[in-house]
Design a protein around this ligand. Sequence first.
Ligand SMILES: Cc1cc2nc3c(=O)[nH]c(=O)nc-3n(C[C@H](O)[C@H](O)[C@H](O)COP(=O)(O)OP(=O)(O)OC[C@H]3O[C@@H](n4cnc5c(N)ncnc54)[C@H](O)[C@@H]3O)c2cc1C
Ligand SMILES: NC(=O)c1ccc[n+]([C@@H]2O[C@H](COP(=O)([O-])OP(=O)(O)OC[C@H]3O[C@@H](n4cnc5c(N)ncnc54)[C@H](O)[C@@H]3O)[C@@H](O)[C@H]2O)c1
Length: 448
Amino acid sequence: MEKYDVVILGGGNAGMGVTVATRAAGLSVAMVEARDLGGTCPNRGCTPKKVLVAAGHALHEIERACEHRITVAAPRLDWAALIDREQAMVRDIPDRLAGVMAMRGVDVIHGEAAFVGSNAVRVGERQLDAASIVIATGSRPRELCFPGAELMTTSDDVLSDRALPSDVVFIGGGIIAFELGHVYARAGVRVTILEALPQMLGGFDPDAVDQIRGESERIGMRLLTLALVKRIDRVGERLRVLFANDNSEHTIEADRVVNCAGRIANTDGLDLGAGHVAHRDGRIEIDAFLRSRSNPAVHVCGDAVWNSPQLSPIATYEGRIVGRNIVEGAKHQPDYSQIPSSVYTVPAVASVGLTEAKAAEGGLRIKVQVNDMRGWLSARTYAETVAWSKIIVGVESDHILGAHVVGHAGEELIHIFALAMRHGITATDLADNLYGFPTFSSDIKNMM
Ligand SMILES: Cc1cc2nc3c(=O)[nH]c(=O)nc-3n(C[C@H](O)[C@H](O)[C@H](O)COP(=O)(O)OP(=O)(O)OC[C@H]3O[C@@H](n4cnc5c(N)ncnc54)[C@H](O)[C@@H]3O)c2cc1C
Ligand SMILES: NC(=O)c1ccc[n+]([C@@H]2O[C@H](COP(=O)([O-])OP(=O)(O)OC[C@H]3O[C@@H](n4cnc5c(N)ncnc54)[C@H](O)[C@@H]3O)[C@@H](O)[C@H]2O)c1
């Protein structure tokens, strides 16, 4: 039996976040990682995905070159070489992070951990006892249960498959389907997204979603809502998806069908019962301080938290909060109200704060300004296909309550709005600010 102050299960953003305060306080810390240090974001998520998105940007710019009076030949994309570039970019990340953990004095143990008691886990033959155990085991794709569901692939496969398919169906119209769908569509793949609900990209402002829907259709993507997949069959080398939509049944054939129907907390193999960690179907019951309600020695952070946004900066943020709570006692609670996030389509859909519907629900008097900026000089200069914003301001407070931008470098601009929200900078002050000109940022004063 080995004794530690803290044992962290999972070496992704959340787990790494925990090590900051705990090691600064001199606690002994072990991190158990079943796969690659760094977890999803750098190895199978944000970072490799963005390499493909960057290629999508380049193809988009080439498509728009004629607007700048440039004639270019039809581009030829070497997909296998692009995947090689992407994989090479992330290959050494686990080793680099192993170096960071060693410098920080964290013992990294490779293997799969499961509870064997309230304060104990087993990894292979080893038993680790600790005053605090942190579940930072991330998420995995939600299993779907129609016949043939086992024929689906996942985002992991898209990011590593060197063969470019000709037709792909994404099941679920959320962030991953849109991001990967845009890359594929620009690479010449016929893309269909089948979404079960009436709105794609749930949680984003519906008007912003309409903007990216239009752009997605412009580049040839087929988007269906209220589409209920009934089964998938293998037909030779291809797959046939049977789904109901518009009161009738339809089929579509594709080389790949990708499960993009959301991700769930990865807690199945942890034997939570042995750790006295109460849960419902793997959703761990936690208090406001990210601690297990049934076993206060156990903390949860990152995608393993079933009801907070599954984003890489949130995983780090929650991990850091857990680390501080372990050191200082249960004092710190997460605040999710001002988190900037983007869907990295081309162009991106960027958002912070409340949607218009949520702001209106609160009963506050709000001022909503929607701008189609395509006619603005800045958007015309760059021949933007979409340049749109919706900014929501409280009438009495003059505070920004929500900002939603599609195009116009929204994935960067959104941080200016987030900063204003976080530090109480009013819309008037934001408009009065001096901005370099001509820039997209200088348009902020006209957006509100
Ligand atoms: C395709 C894709 C693209 C994404 N793009 C973005 C993006 O652009 N921006 C963004 O903010 N977020 C993005 N995300 C989400 C982001 O990657 C996650 O929110 C984040 O990585 C979660 O971090 P985590 O530490 O909670 O989990 P993870 O990074 O998944 O880490 C959990 C770790 O726990 C390990 N583990 C699991 N079970 C055990 C066990 N029993 N014992 C030991 N170790 C175990 C796993 O091997 C894994 O390494 C993306 C996700 C995906 C899938
Ligand atoms: N840019 C980013 O920040 C980024 C990028 C990728 C992933 N992520 C994170 O990863 C998480 C998972 O992404 P995701 O795209 O898988 O999930 P998601 O939650 O964004 O979308 C899942 C979609 O699938 C639909 N769905 C569920 N079951 C279905 C079914 N049987 N048939 C058809 N549709 C179905 C849901 O209604 C939903 O619209 C997200 O919550 C996100 O936070 C973030």
